[in-house]
Write a protein that binds this ligand. Sequence first.
Ligand SMILES: [Zn+2]
Length: 96
Amino acid sequence: MRDSSFARLHAMIQYKSMLKGIEVVDIEEAYTSSVCPICGGRGEKHMRTFTCPEGHDLHRDIVGAVNIRTKQRTGRIEPSPIPRQVTYRTPVLCAG
Ligand SMILES: [Zn+2]
């Protein structure tokens, strides 16, 4: 995504979140998709799958999301419980 498009998307997310009382926190994404959230090992990515040397196979989006959540909570990437099931919330529709 181009920088100007990303900046505009970021501004819209902040604005819409502010209207709903949701805090937006920026997290540096470096290494969040290459470290196993279960054992902390460096893994390999193939298509949408992540596999670590210990044999943990996970969806890459789950790996990134769990590691970003952990980094926000602890300030670093470290092993953390992963959800057993991923559910999607119905999008919040905002007028305007
Ligand atoms: Zn692992």
